[in-house]
Design a protein around this ligand. Sequence first.
Ligand code: E4P
Length: 217
Amino acid sequence: MKFFIDTANLSQIKEANELGILDGVTTNPSLMAKEGIKGHEAVFNHYKTICEMVNGDISAEVVSTDFQSIVEEGKKLAAIHSNIVVKVPMIKDGVKAIKWFTDNGIRTNCTLVFSAGQAILAAKAGAAYVSPFIGRIDDSGWDGMQLIEQIATIYAVQGYRTEILAASIRNPNHIIRAAELGADVITSPLESILGLLKHPLTDIGLAKFLEDAKKFA
Ligand code: E4P
């Protein structure tokens, strides 16, 4: 399972990258705004910087909603770097645009996916990635993990090659469950990735080993 970090924060991207386990980055307009990135040029430069930092797929999201504008915006994003994956929302014109990008050799990440039906459409249009938002589904009282399982089953039965990218991760357990259920990728805030490290018995065990090591130092 690939690990992407879900942020536009450069120091968090650097920290995750230095761990040596990072396979890519996802961003979205809210994450860019959180970092105070404003204006077309600043956004493009920020994507360029991320591409130069991380050797892996970098999702850059379009903010257009009609077919022609999505295509024009996506072409410009894809031209930033060969690792850019154009992130397109699951709307009617988005599906049309994903198909256009597929036919024209531009890889896409279909975002804002909340149902198996939407995941089928993303795969049919040829998206490289489909992003079910598991945390937001949990927040609304449904079970995000059930959706991961359902999409994994459908894609296996149908032989779809679109990779399942579990998004909207809220905690380390989401990452573990996504791995168990067959997600190809998770995209997560740094905190949940680092949360995988933690176990109290590791801390207790290490403290004891270090204490005993002093006896023969
Ligand atoms: C997906 O790529 C999105 O950027 C992201 O995972 C959304 O997560 P949120 O629900 O925490 O905003």
